[in-house]
Design a protein around this ligand. Structure first.
Ligand SMILES: *Cc1c(COP(=O)(O)O)cnc(C)c1O
Ligand SMILES: *[C@@H]1O[C@H](CO)[C@@H](O)[C@H](O)[C@H]1NC(C)=O
Ligand SMILES: *[C@@H]1O[C@H](CO)[C@@H](O)[C@H](O)[C@H]1NC(C)=O
Ligand SMILES: *[C@@H]1O[C@H](CO)[C@@H](O)[C@H](O)[C@H]1NC(C)=O
Ligand SMILES: *[C@@H]1O[C@H](CO)[C@@H](O)[C@H](O)[C@H]1NC(C)=O
Length: 775
């Protein structure tokens, strides 16, 4: 998970500022009704007006301002912060175009622009009175009065506010998204050069900043526009925070000076991923250049104020900005980063004299053809705490990727396991299950998910088992009807719904799933009369538009589907569906209907995952590797209640040492060989037999994610899944063990930990009395 980031600032008045380049909110209407307890009243009112609530809900566009897990997490955090009574603000960019809409045409992904604001957005309110200027380009002047950044180009940041209601506590927080506006005089100083018309047209240059979300998940693309976006949101938000601070009753000049030096006691900036890393040099610039503090004092404040969360181990996600780009766009920030690095390396030289290699490894500046700034190193050096997003991920960070930094400052390193909000991901999307649970243990679990443990008392209760199974069956029927209506595909609601939905990525190993499908297909064809457990395998997810391999994976899935679904020998026993345009709204529909959740990344590659938690909470069983939060899910539910297979992190590391040889697996395992030969021989692409040669070549010769190494174990594990599915009662009992073990994965728990362990504030479930509330 990568392309999100946030920053939290907790001020004197218990305010948390959460800054992110992504907020993957989805729809708002039903969530608002659930949190405000208005669902019944609205149903009734719309009924009387002759309207259908579900139809109304379906008209709302998704707010798709995120790529995947990371952006969705930010949205879950907003819900939890409001529900826990924290005065929190979400800050981000109001992209005019969110994540693209995915169309499948002839089996290929085609992207369409997400014009989500076309009909307006009823949830937002523009606040032009709080517009702030953000500077770019220009040059630096070193004067007797200090450093000045001059001749800059100004872009205005116009805020739009959206309410974020807490769960039935009468608290409403604000999400503030910035939109870029050109100032009226933009480019007009050069009037005579381009002329008036051209100057007005060029306003787009400035307003491009908030035009579109970069559609990469876990991948760094070093584009100038992206760097502008990152600085835009950091600079606008820090100004807003300081404005609010100065407007407070401590706003006299004397006090402000005083307060700034005690900033870390009142303010915490959480850098979620490196995207808001510019907060470090920007805060230095404000403190040194504007507030005139000494470097040492300012640096001490910055480090004690900032904390950094790393979200992925994938090296391709690491932000490494070319120095030239900075020099041009943010010249003063580059100077500041150089000075931070000079002092940082000085410290290392003292501790490890002569260890030149260590200096090179730990420098914020990477030498090479193109000099680059390593933003993760900047974040570690500029923060007092560094954490991963699942226990296993935190260990990896300490022991491998940031080992040098861990050796330097071991006390900085921590862990905080991710979570999801039970409001959207249970109460709202799966009301049937929420109701069945509430009938047994009451409704308090919605705010205190640990109470799900009480369900263990009912694990042998036949009526409860039946109720849980019945809700699942109803959800499956509903989803099957939805697929038939919208995509004209007919599926068998009695078959096992085997679901893998997430961004398409090599490390998430949709290809391993494909190999299982082909193997199952070949087995059924070989012995058609055996009693197979019927499966509907659904795979969904968007590929980044520039990610060729991911797009080929989609084409492979749809091609396999074309063959399998039309083979009369196989019939109802196996169906393969590609779920088009996976997004929050579709997740809300498919997850409650899933029997089996596929979480099959190579151990050590998925930092946490949050999709895995949504499935668990909605009564699907997990087939997965010991990766990310799967490890903790197995711990909470009991490892015997998940289908765990494959290499552990240690095995992967051992294999890396000795070398991974895909070809040897291919030669040794006949069913694997058969599947690969079918793909490469054009069995699934008769019109173009060599269509998948790049995929084949990758799997056989340079597969970083070792698909074949886990193939055998995965297939065996899937056999166990099929066998258990034949016994609905045992299956459902296992489901209940899983639901009962979900408590830890509430984002309320994650946020409470951040609040207590990092920001020093106490979350509360207290309800604020409403004006007409008798209490
Ligand atoms: C939860 C969620 C994700 C994250 O899924 P992972 O399986 O953790 O990668 C991605 N996209 C959407 C729409 C989600 O709701
Ligand atoms: C930051 O966001 C990620 C998801 O992108 C989440 O896993 C992590 O816990 C968050 N960090 C903090 C400090 O809340
Ligand atoms: C921004 O807008 C201008 C004018 O419409 C356009 O020419 C330019 O290509 C856009 N993109 C970027 C990255 O500046
Ligand atoms: C987190 O740290 C690892 C190790 O340096 C790095 O590979 C990864 O890209 C980092 N994530 C981000 C988004 O910077
Ligand atoms: C993770 O956090 C727990 C408690 O929150 C702690 O006991 C454990 O040592 C931490 N692990 C790492 C790797 O930091």
């Amino acid at each position: 998970m990568s392309f999100v980031s946030f920053l939290k600032i907790f001020l004197l008045f218990y305010r948390v500022y959460y800054l992110s380049l992504e907020f993957y909110m989805g729809r708002t209407l039903q969530n608002t009704m659930v949190n405000l307890a208005l669902e019944n009243a609205c149903d009734e009112a719309t009924y009387q007006l002759g309207l259908d609530m579900e139809e109304l809900q379906d008209i709302e566009e998704d707010a798709g301002l995120g790529n995947g897990g990371l952006g969705r997490l930010a949205a879950c955090f907003l819900d939890s912060m409001a529900s826990l009574g924290l005065a929190a603000y979400g800050y981000g960019i109001r992209y005019e175009f969110g994540i693209f809409n995915q169309k499948i045409s002839d089996g290929w992904q085609v992207e369409e622009a997400d014009d989500w604001l076309r009909y307006g957005n009823p949830w937002e309110k523009a606040r032009p009175e709080y517009m702030r200027p953000v500077h770019f380009y220009g040059r630096v002047e070193h004067t007797a009065e200090g450093v000045k950044w001059v001749d800059t180009q100004v872009v205005l940041a116009l805020p739009y506010d959206t309410p974020v209601p807490g769960y039935r506590n009468n608290i409403v927080n604000t999400m503030r998204l910035w939109s870029a506006k050109a100032p009226c005089d933009f480019n007009l100083k050069d009037f005579n050069v381009g002329g008036y018309i051209q100057a007005v047209l060029d306003r787009n240059l400035a307003e491009n900043i908030s035009r579109v979300l970069y559609p990469n998940d876990n991948f760094f693309e070093g584009k100038e526009l992206r760097l502008k976006q990152e600085y835009f949101v950091v600079a606008a938000t820090l100004q807003d925070i300081i404005r609010r601070f100065k407007a407070s009753k401590f706003g006299s000049t004397e006090f402000v000076r005083l307060d700034l030096s005690t900033l870390p006691d009142k303010v915490a900036i959480q850098l979620n991923d490196t995207h808001p890393a510019l907060a470090i040099p920007e805060l230095m610039r404000i403190l040194v250049d504007i507030e005139k503090l000494s470097w040492e004092k300012a640096w001490d404040i910055v480090v004690r104020t900032c904390a950094y969360t790393n979200h992925t181990v994938l090296p391709e996600a690491l932000e490494r900005w070319p120095v030239d780009l900075f020099q041009n766009l943010l010249p003063r920030h580059l100077e500041i980063i150089y000075e931070i690095n000079r002092r940082h390396l000085e410290r290392i030289t003292k501790l490890y004299p002569g260890d030149v290699d260590r200096m090179r490894r730990m420098s914020l500046i990477e030498e090479g053809d193109v000099k680059k700034i390593n933003m993760a190193h900047l974040c570690i050096v500029g923060s007092h705490a560094v954490n991963g997003v699942a226990r296993i991920h935190s260990e990896i960070i300490k022991n491998t990727v940031f080992k040098d930094f861990y050796d330097l400052d071991p006390e900085k390193f921590q862990n905080k396991t991710n979570g999801i909000t039970p409001r959207r991901w249970l109460v709202m999307c799966n009301p049937g299950l929420a109701e069945v649970i509430a009938e047994r243990i009451g409704e308090d679990y919605i705010r205190d998910l640990d109470q799900l443990k009480k369900l263990l008392d009912f694990v042998d209760d036949d009526v409860f088992i039946q109720d849980v199974a019945k809700v699942k069956q109803e959800n499956k029927m509903k989803f099957a009807a939805y697929l038939e209506e919208h995509y004209k595909v007919k599926i068998n609601p009695r078959s096992m719904f085997d679901v893998q939905v997430k961004r398409i990525h090599e490390y998430k190993r949709q290809l391993l799933n494909c190999l299982h499908i082909i193997t199952l297909y070949n087995r059924i064809r070989k012995e058609p009369s055996k009693s197979w457990t019927p499966r509907t395998i659904m795979i969904g997810g968007k590929a980044a538009p520039g990610y060729h391999t991911a797009k080929m994976i989609i084409k492979l899935i749809t091609s396999i589907g074309d063959i399998v679904n039309n083979d009369p020998v196989v019939g109802e026993r196996l169906k393969v569906i590609f779920l088009e345009n996976y997004r929050v709204t579709l997740a809300e529909k498919v997850i409650p209907a899933a029997d089996l959740s596929e979480q099959i990344s190579t151990a050590g590659t998925e930092a946490s995952g949050t999709g895995n938690m949504k499935f668990m909470l909605n009564g699907a069983l997990t087939i997965g590797t010991m990766d990310g939060a799967n490890v903790e899910m197995a711990e909470e539910a009991g490892e015997e209640n998940l289908f765990i297979f494959g290499m552990r992190v240690d095995d992967v590391e051992a294999m890396d040492k000795k070398g991974y040889d895909a070809v040897s697996y291919y030669n040794r395992i006949p069913e694997l060989k058969q599947a690969m030969d079918q793909i490469s021989g054009g069995f699934f692409s008769p019109a173009q037999p060599d269509l998948f040669k790049d995929l084949i070549n990758m799997l056989m010769h340079h597969d970083r994610f070792k698909v074949f190494a886990d193939y055998e174990d995965y297939i065996k594990c899937q056999e166990k899944v099929s066998a258990l599915y034949k016994n609905p009662k045992e299956w459902t009992k296992m489901v209940i063990h899983n639901i009962a073990g979900c408590g830890k994965f509430s984002s309320d728990r994650t946020i409470s930990q951040y609040a207590r362990e990092i920001w020093g504030m106490e979350p509360t479930l207290e309800k604020i009395a409403a004006p007409d509330d008798p209490r």
